[in-house]
Design a protein around this ligand. Structure first.
Ligand SMILES: O=P(O)(O)OC[C@H]1O[C@](O)(COP(=O)(O)O)[C@@H](O)[C@@H]1O
Ligand SMILES: [Mn+2]
Length: 643
């Protein structure tokens, strides 16, 4: 043990009692039940639904309320109390408006504060007092602790406690206290949150999700292909930037680009107005019922075409300069016969519909017009100077990774590329061959390098970020090709199909999952793999719990665009000291609906498994860290205090 380190440690623990106290504290924490982890994926900008799932703890807040009060409260009262915990600010106003006299309101305050304290005491029962203290509203810690840890067996403090509560009310602090206690409850129910990718794209509020995660008490992120697209755009990849603009235009989310991130779209709009007309294939999707004027729709339709053509042009030089990407099949603009208006794909020739090739020179289809090139330079400048986007992307880089090994489980958004025989597929990169975990580690190294060098726009690392979005061996994409061009211009749906990596059927097999866990140095008897990325077709009877529980796919369609596929509105995987459960969320219509009639989103729960014995902190990542601290403290004791 490094003595310099122990001398440093001794500054903090400058006497034996302090060392002993800390060892006692840490050792006892190790024997507490493990904290409850929540896993969600593929939020795709659906902030309201995500926020509701955090506020109701994926149903767990209601469970705890029922555990405590089902015998004393009616169904309606239980719902009203639960809604107060979910949305305290709004619900408080609603409830207070029903009271006519101050006395009645005072009565209600005393009752609901008492109830909230009971709920917090129950929700925090497996945590230390210090962990609870950190979750309490700062301004009321002293009062709440006094009330929480009431010790009145000698009947000396009855009036003291009663006075405390009435004083809170008479000094007009009751609302703030109730709101604080409600948020403390929400926070206690979710000890740690994992977001298994695809925060961005399609939904209207990805930025609100990221802001919520930035303020969240304990969270990690495994990047999805859509997240990496946004990271790439910020890191200097013009083709990634073209993709996020295209997808925002496609889903009528250009306000995220302009209003939220302050990226100037005027140059792109001028270009679009100059060269493009209306085009049905490029009209923005109307997922939610927001209003759009004909003029707005036409503008977006033109922008959508302009940026799509720029994207296809930008893909071409990358494919040509990166032989190891092996993507010559995707040189789509060179497959077009501009005379006949057809394209030849995999040997078959198809007529093209809704083409918008005005800015394409058939002699050199991937050549950007000078003005297209200028538009991209201006867009990249604007993206890389967006304070808010910088903050969000830096957060994704800080809290994110391509995969995560946590408490024995492997979390990854997409896949581990496999061949038909279930072997890890190799990819040759800069003269070296990588597969399995090594391949993912090298992907992440390139992504981090590109992010650290935003001024480099055409280097290998930046091209590799785009590869992660659409490359055949990308662990985030997991398909042989992305048929974006075909989906826009060819009616024949056969050409739209995207062949999935064998991983997506092989992962149903327990042995394959065990092999992957072993590849990541994890215990195959104990661990599980948790994926997002592919919407689980629950409505067709697909089971998200696969390979005898070794594989859990949790993309349940938070994204409205995919709810018709899944039939539900997202999953949350819960992992507490008793084991794992999977919660399927029904459609979340609106916060207003929950506020009005307390109908919380009904969530069907499935048991994934039951632990043989309760899992303790000792068996978790956090536990490993604590045991290391205990080791250091014992070394300090021997070195300094045990003579
Ligand atoms: O339906 P959209 O939004 O055009 O997206 C289709 C594209 O999105 C992808 O599914 C990737 O996005 P996901 O990771 O959300 O699946 C591509 O495979 C496909 O080409
Ligand atoms: Mn995805």
């Amino acid at each position: 043990m490094n003595l310099k380190y122990l001398d440093l440690l001794a500054q903090k623990y400058d006497c034996e009692e302090k060392v002993a106290t800390e060892i006692i504290n840490l050792e006892s924490i190790l024997d507490l039940p493990k904290g409850t982890e929540h896993f969600v994926s593929d939020l795709h900008g659906e902030f309201q639904a995500f926020q509701h799932v955090l506020r109701n703890g994926s149903g767990n807040v209601k469970v705890k309320i029922k555990d405590l009060f089902k015998n004393e409260l009616s169904e309606e009262e239980l719902n009203e109390f639960a809604t107060l915990v979910f949305y305290p600010e709004e619900k408080l106003q609603l409830i207070k408006s029903h009271f006519s006299s101050k006395a009645e309101l005072q009565e209600w305050y005393i009752e609901v504060i008492e109830r909230l304290l009971k709920l917090i005491s129950y929700a925090s029962s497996k945590y230390t007092r210090s962990k609870l203290r950190k979750a309490l509203p700062k301004q009321f810690v002293y009062i709440i602790e006094e009330l929480l840890y009431k010790t009145d067996e000698f009947k000396n403090k009855k009036d003291y406690y009663a006075k405390m509560v009435t004083q809170i009310i008479s000094l007009g602090q009751a609302d703030k206290l109730i709101i604080g206690l409600a948020y403390t409850t929400q926070r206690l129910v979710v000890d740690h949150l994992h977001v298994v990718g695809d925060i961005y794209d399609r939904g209207s509020d990805p930025h609100k999700i990221v802001d919520t995660l930035i303020d969240y008490h304990s969270v990690d992120i495994q990047w999805g292909n859509h997240d990496v697209l946004w990271i790439g755009a910020f890191a200097g990849s013009k083709v990634c930037l073209a993709n996020i603009l295209r997808i925002c235009a496609r889903y009528n989310n250009l306000d995220i680009i302009e209003d939220v991130y302050g990226i100037n779209l005027r140059p792109l709009l001028n270009l679009a107005e100059k060269y493009y007309e209306d085009n049905v294939a490029f009209r923005p999707k109307r997922i939610s019922d927001e209003k759009m004027t004909e003029q707005e729709q036409l503008q977006i339709t033109k922008i959508h075409q302009a940026i799509s053509i720029i994207q296809f042009k930008l893909e071409s030089p990358i494919i040509k300069r990166r032989a190891c990407f092996d993507m010559t099949d995707r040189l789509v603009l060179e497959k077009v016969d501009y005379e006949k208006n057809t394209a030849t794909i995999h040997g078959n020739t198809y007529s093209l519909d809704g083409t918008c090739f005005t800015t394409i020179n058939p002699e050199q289809p991937d050549e950007l017009l000078e003005e297209e090139s200028q538009v991209m330079d201006k867009l990249l400048f604007s993206v890389q100077h967006s304070e808010k986007l910088a903050r969000h992307m830096k957060f994704l880089m800080k809290k994110g990774s391509l995969y995560l090994k946590y408490n024995g489980n492997l979390l990854i958004h997409g896949c581990i590329p496999l061949d038909e025989d279930g072997n890890m597929e190799k990819m040759e990169i800069e003269g070296k061959s990588y597969a399995g975990r090594e391949l993912l580690d090298v992907f992440e190294r390139y992504l981090r390098y590109s992010f650290a060098h935003p001024e480099e726009t055409d280097d290998f690392a930046t091209d590799m970020v785009w590869y992660l979005w659409t490359g055949e061996y990308s662990s985030l994409f997991g398909k042989r090709e992305m048929t974006t061009f075909e989906r826009y211009f060819i009616k024949d749906k056969e050409t739209h199909k995207e062949r999935k990596n064998p991983y997506y059927y092989l992962r149903e097999d327990e042995e394959i999952c065990r092999k992957i866990l072993t590849e990541f140095d994890m215990n195959p008897d104990y661990g599980r793999i948790i994926n997002g990325h592919t919407p689980v077709k629950e409505r067709d009877g697909e089971n998200p719990i696969k390979a005898n529980g070794k594989m859990l796919v949790i993309d349940g369609g938070f994204s409205k665009a995919y709810q018709s596929t899944t039939g539900i509105a997202g999953y949350t995987l819960l992992y507490n000291s008793y084991g794992m459960q999977l919660v399927a969320h029904q459609l979340f219509n609106s916060k207003e609906e929950v506020l009005q009639n307390g109908t919380d989103v009904l969530s069907a729960k499935r048991l994934v498994d039951e632990e043989l014995e309760r899992k303790k902190v000792r068996e978790t990542n956090i536990g490993n860290g604590l045991m290391q601290e205990i080791f250091n403290l014992n070394s300090l004791r021997e070195y300094r205090y045990m003579k």
